[in-house]
Ligand binder design. Structure first.
Ligand code: ATP
Ligand code: MG
Length: 572
């Protein structure tokens, strides 16, 4: 490709709404343009990168026994009503009607379609396992579309679905997808972790997220400083924290006028935070009051709490609701709480002794609280949010907290969809059984953005070689100089013949402008053809990643470039 022909309009000014590097750079470097909030046109450079990511995904999926299909984006509501997800997806689903007033949606995901596909055709255990996948646009009316391709409303996803005869067989398929994903993201040049994630109602350690490490990421993960344990903070399990044992003292109610927050009570009673019992009040979707109790220096993990009480959603409880149940904000406590309140106590709270908690009366707290002795009927669960320094649940070493971008997820679905949609097969004994399913997603467009978040500098993008739109850019210093252009064209031809993606910057711009654009767009290799190349056969090669400059003769520059490409892409 010649740069003079390339449709890649660069921008001097980026719209103020672009907050993170990938969003800014994709706009500035002429990779994409916005059509509506969370909806973009991919220009040629972006499309080339996306197709390279897709090619890596296809290769690894096919190698793992996957078969590519293409399911409809337009999906009838009936299937979604079978699983109950028409209502569950709610506002996030793009819904529409046809001329006969029949309801449809634009596919946010495809479990319903694929389950309905196999339920009439895949009949025998002999045909299992089956692994089908597709790469296609998905539609989700996200509340807050933002960060460019990170959270779009139309985005590219690879979604795969597996059908197995039993749990053991699913374990094998799941592991093979896990391994394929690890290879895919390694080959794409990402630094990532396989992260244990929350699987909500299904439970167990049935899902992993593949998280590209980046400060701008929306996921917070806990990573062990010693072993390879990593978990989404929503999920990270925690052992009970034991405290030094002491003599139980007699429960006492003390006056604490106006002292509502943990900090206020701590200061007022001169007790450490570790002796405080903190209460946080929520409402579930049925408007029932749920109060979570954790140690004063801990925080409530809402996802764990939601799972503990089997809620679909939790919101903060308004003060008026507390009054209805005979208690009061700032003085909420687990002792003598209204019997209809669902009290959930973190397991570590049960280990506390001579602690302090609210009394459910204005301006009073209990001290010398001994949960095992003083709490009535409460639900005891791990509902604590992991903090930096907490012990790793696998090896005990301290964990650190870091941020990342979820680029993929693998999930053991079990029979959730096959049971509700009656998708069954005949097993070895001729008995009908629901398929045991798994699903496997990759955010293709998000992966492109994640690569930029991880790899850029003040001058622009630094593409990993495997997914760069062009691997090499040839820059004739003076495009009006015939000798330089001819020299460049010869290199261009040789690189093309060697199947290397190459762009020739033939634009009649100053060299400085072309260098700046090369850095902005982020081609991994820049070959400069100036007077020295023409007169002395001295070709300058510069690597975008390291900034290192090398000089080669025409007879050996190609091998040099090929070696670099091989080095950078021979991964996984
Ligand atoms: P998130 O928690 O970020 O909303 P999700 O759990 O809803 O993601 P999945 O349903 O697991 O996402 O979709 C599979 C993959 O698709 C995700 O791992 C992510 O990489 C990508 N993805 C999901 N939502 C979006 C979006 N709005 N824009 C771009 N990519 C997305
Ligand atoms: Mg997810």
């Amino acid at each position: 490709m010649y740069a003079s022909k390339l449709y890649a309009p660069t921008l001097r000014e980026v719209p103020a709404e672009a907050e993170i590097a990938s969003h800014k750079l994709l706009l500035r470097a002429g990779f994409m343009r916005k059509a509506a909030a969370g909806v973009y046109t991919y220009l040629p450079l972006a499309w080339r990168t996306l197709r390279k990511i897709e090619a890596i995904i296809r290769e690894e999926m096919d190698k793992s026994g996957g078969q590519e299909i293409a399911m409809p984006i337009l999906q009838p509501s009936e299937l979604w009503k079978e699983t109950g997800r028409w209502a569950v997806f709610g506002e996030e689903m793009f819904k529409l009607r046809d001329r006969h007033n029949r309801e449809f949606c634009l596919g946010p995901t495809h479990e319903e379609i694929i389950t309905s596909l196999v339920r009439n055709e895949l009949r025998s255990y002999k045909h299992l396992p089956v692994l089908l996948y597709q790469i296609q646009n998905k539609y989700r009316d996200e509340i807050r579309p933002r960060f460019g391709l990170m959270r779009g409303r139309e985005f590219i996803m690879k979604d795969g679905y597996s059908f197995d005869k039993d749990e053991e067989a699913l374990d094998i398929t799941y592991q093979s997808m896990y391994d394929a994903y690890s290879r895919i993201f390694t080959r794409c040049g990402l630094t990532f972790r396989q992260v244990e994630a929350d699987s909500g109602a299904i439970g167990g350690s049935n899902t992993h997220e593949f998280t590209a490490l980046a400060e701008s990421g929306e996921s917070e993960i806990a990573v062990c400083s010693k072993c390879d344990y990593a978990a989404n903070v929503e999920r990270a399990e925690l052992d009970v924290l034991h405290m030094e044992e002491e003599q139980d003292k007699t429960l006492e109610k003390v006056s604490t006028p106006q002292q509502k927050t943990i900090e206020e009570v701590t200061a007022f009673l001169q007790m450490p935070m570790q002796k405080m019992i903190k209460a946080v009040a929520f409402l579930n979707e049925k408007e029932e009051l749920i109060v979570a109790f954790v140690r004063g220096d801990h925080a409530v993990n809402e996802v764990k709490l939601q799972n503990a009480v089997g809620a679909i959603a939790l919101t903060m409880a308004p003060e008026a609701k507390l009054q209805e149940y005979g208690t009061v904000a700032g003085f909420l406590g687990p002792i003598h709480l209204h019997k209809d309140v669902i009290a959930v106590v973190d397991a570590s709270v049960m280990e506390m002794q001579n602690a302090c908690c609210g009394s459910n009366e204005v301006d009073a707290h209990y001290i010398n609280v001994n949960p095992k002795r003083d709490f009535g009927k409460v639900l005891v669960k791990d509902i604590r949010l992991i903090q930096a320094g907490d012990p790793c649940p696998h090896c005990g070493a301290p964990v650190t907290l870091t941020r990342g971008i979820e680029v993929g997820q693998v999930f053991k679905l079990g029979t959730k969809y096959s049971a509700s949609m009656k998708a069954v097969f005949l097993d070895e004994n001729g008995k009908e059984k629901p398929f045991v399913m798994g699903c496997y997603g990759i955010g293709v467009s998000r992966t492109m953005a994640a690569a930029i978040e991880q790899s850029h500098d003040e001058n622009g993008i630094i593409w990993p070689v495997a997914i760069a739109p062009y691997t090499v850019v040839i820059v004739p210093v003076n495009s009006k100089d015939t000798a330089q252009m001819e020299f460049s064209q010869k290199l261009y031809q040789e690189l093309q013949d060697a199947h290397i993606d190459v762009l020739l910057d033939d634009r009649k711009e100053r060299a400085g402008v072309k260098f700046k654009d090369a850095d902005l767009i982020g081609y991994p290799v820049r070959i400069t053809v100036g007077p020295k190349a023409v007169q002395e056969n001295d070709i300058e090669i510069k690597f975008r990643k390291t900034g290192a400059v090398h000089h080669c003769k025409p007879e050996d520059y190609l091998a040099f470039v090929q070696k670099y490409i091989a080095q950078e892409t021979d991964k996984a």
